[in-house]
Every structure is written in structure tokens, then in C-alpha cells.
Design a protein around this ligand. Structure first.
Ligand SMILES: [Zn+2]
Length: 215
């Protein structure tokens, strides 16, 4: 059960189909494991549909949105949950299965160091880069900050960062203000799905020569 969730703004953007591919996949992974956020997202989806329908038939009154929200709240409480849930004994969230056909161990991990491995996920996205990180049990990342934003979701194992402890399904947002040093728990390797602002791309002939060295 996730303890850290995307905020409502994310869920609303997801419902409206406005997130870039990588972030959309991450939110979909979280929803698969979080009933609370699934319910909230279906409210937003229903709200979007109702507003469209109303716009076609009449002028939108100021009360309309709250009336619709009441109605949806009512429906959501009485309706059984129909979203798919993760199959047991299968650790890869459904939205990631085309990138991880079998198992995290089979991916071609490359080394940042012996204890920290990374794998770039081939998601078509012009805004963000998506990666898996694997931190060996008990090991930690060097302390770092972020130049842009980094969104992280725990796939397997768990890690601690200062006072917080994150488990499978948790969604974490780090930005320029965040200084952190995640450490994997002793009881197993920690695998995270991370989505970050795409690194600056140099253009021009010399720039392109330099790109492989810029990270
Ligand atoms: Zn949630």
C-alpha cells in the first residue's frame, strides 16, 4: 500500500491526458497499486466527460461543477472498483510490461558504480528521460540535488532518505530544493522508476560530438 501519492494536479492532468508519456506511465503504475488515487482519478475523468456533455447542451452555470462533483462522489461510493489490479506474483506493473518483458534482472543494466546500476527506458518522450535505478541492499547514492525535477516511483525493495522511508508504489517528487541521499534497505536491492527533465542537448557539430559526455 503506497504512503506517498501524486498530488491532485497530477491526477487531474493524467485524467485529461495531458501528461507526457513517461509521466503518464508512472502515474498509471501508481494507480495500479493505489485505490485511493484510482478513485480520485476516475472522479476527474467523469467530471471531464460531464462538463463536455453539458457544454454541448447548455451554458455552464457556476454551480454546475459542484453539482457534478456531488453526483460523481455519490456514484463513486456506490460503484464497485473496476480498474485492473496487479496480478499476484508478477512484479512488473502493467504499464511497464512492454519495456520489461520478463523481469528486472534480464535488463541490460549499465553501471554508474558497482552498487548503483541504471537502465534507460525507451519511452518516446521529448520532455523527459525515463530510467530504472537499482541500488544494492544497504548502499546509498552520493548526496545530490536536482537541476530540474525528478519523479521517482519504487518498483521493488525500499529506500530511506533522511527521515522518510519509501516502499513499493510510493511516488516521490524531488526538485532543485531537494538535497538527498537515498539508501536502499538492508533486506534487498531497491529498484526505482525515475523520470527526469531531459538533459540539455547541445546542437551543432561540436555540440553533438560532446553530447555523449554530457550527463
Ligand atoms: Zn496514491
Amino acid at each position: 500500500m503506497a504512503n506517498y501519492h501524486p498530488n491532485n494536479e497530477f491526477l487531474m492532468s493524467f485524467a485529461a491526458g495531458q501528461l507526457s508519456n513517461s509521466l503518464g506511465i508512472m502515474i498509471a503504475c501508481h494507480l495500479e497499486q493505489c485505490e485511493q488515487c484510482r478513485r480520485q482519478t476516475s472522479k476527474y475523468e467523469a467530471l471531464g466527460g460531464e462538463i463536455l456533455a453539458s457544454i454541448e447542451s447548455q451554458k455552464v452555470s457556476p454551480d454546475l461543477i459542484s453539482q457534478i462533483m456531488d453526483k460523481i462522489d455519490h456514484q463513486a461510493d456506490s460503484k464497485p472498483d473496476t480498474m485492473p489490479t496487479a496480478a499476484k506474483n508478477y512484479d512488473i506493473p502493467r504499464p511497464l510490461r512492454r519495456f520489461v518483458p520478463d523481469n528486472f534482472d534480464d535488463l541490460k543494466w549499465s553501471g554508474m558504480s558497482r552498487n548503483i546500476r541504471e537502465y534507460t527506458i525507451d519511452i518516446d518522450d521529448s520532455e523527459y528521460t525515463a530510467k530504472f535505478y537499482k541500488i544494492k541492499a544497504g548502499k546509498e547514492l552520493p548526496q545530490h540535488t536536482h537541476e530540474g525535477s525528478e519523479f521517482t516511483m519504487v518498483m521493488a525493495g525500499s529506500f530511506s532518505d533522511r527521515t522518510c522511508h519509501y516502499h513499493r508504489g510510493d511516488f516521490i517528487l524531488a526538485d532543485e530544493q531537494t538535497v538527498h541521499q537515498p539508501r536502499a534497505s538492508m533486506d534487498g536491492d531497491c529498484i526505482c522508476f525515475a523520470v527526469m527533465d531531459a538533459p540539455l542537448k547541445m546542437t551543432g557539430f561540436f555540440g553533438r560530438m560532446l553530447n555523449p559526455f554530457m550527463r
